[in-house]
Design a binder for this molecule. Sequence first.
Ligand SMILES: [Zn+2]
Length: 337
Amino acid sequence: MNKSSVTVIFFCICILCPGQSASAQERDAISAIPRVDVHSHVGSVEQMGHYVKVAEVLKDQHGINLAAWIDLNFMRQPDGTELQYLNAAANRFKGRFLPCINDFKISDGLRFSPDELVKWQEKGIVGYKIWVGVSPLIDVPANDATFTKMEEIGMIGASIHISQPYPTKWCEDPVKFWQAHNAWERVLDRHPKLKVVNAHMLDHFNSNEQLDYLMYVLKTYPNVHVDLGARFQQFNRMDRDKLRKFMIEYADRILFGTDIGGQPREGRYEEVAESYRRAFQLLETDRVIKGGFFGGTDTRGLALPIDVLEKIYYRNAARLYPRVKDVLRDLGYIKND
Ligand SMILES: [Zn+2]
């Protein structure tokens, strides 16, 4: 081979693989971003052990740092084991599981009085999860004292679930869909200081028009945020460029979450790690990914910029929930910033 053909081959390699080492570097930088799953249903000390095993698979096989979980199921464990849970979460698991009190049935009124909120906050609870579903009941006047107390003590509404995806088998009636959303807006109007992460992208995540409405809500209510829990399988229901633009524009208001529950258990760690990987890849790459966290249709990823990913993966969570920043620092993922 003469000198000029070596030059030609070298030139071709450079043309075919532009900036490959830089993009490998960027991929490493993205993998290293710590991730907080703000929408999880862990619920017991035993289950925490299984979750950590999934995180170990992600770390060992893919260099991915799944750091912490906001647990919406703290109160669903057997009575009398709360203290055991809180101790294990704080000590054995280094604070990686951050518990929320919860209320999965509000038809008989909100479960916690203003005084009880204060007591739970003192015990280390980081938020109040409320499940509403397709119902206007969130706007019952009797709830106001609790919301006012949440504003006062800075307790976040954690993955508050309003309505259901429409039109789907979960909600086929547009009137009921909107009644639930309108009721929630009235609550937000009366409680402008209430900090909230609404679950499932507020279930305005099924069409371009719904995404427009979600933008209106985020513009109108600066203390409202949304989590991605169980919505990766719906990315393909909106125009990709529109969704990508939305995620970049509202990066300060969107949090990573999956709606994971009892899936992590012995023999299934790799499978659950793969579910997480699909969700991450939908955000990080522009490849066609085979389904979201819970499977579903093949969808092209959004290839979001690294600063946007950082906000979605942990910066917003660190700003909104108590202790997340300390936990990430203690684990060595962030410095004193
Ligand atoms: Zn959930």
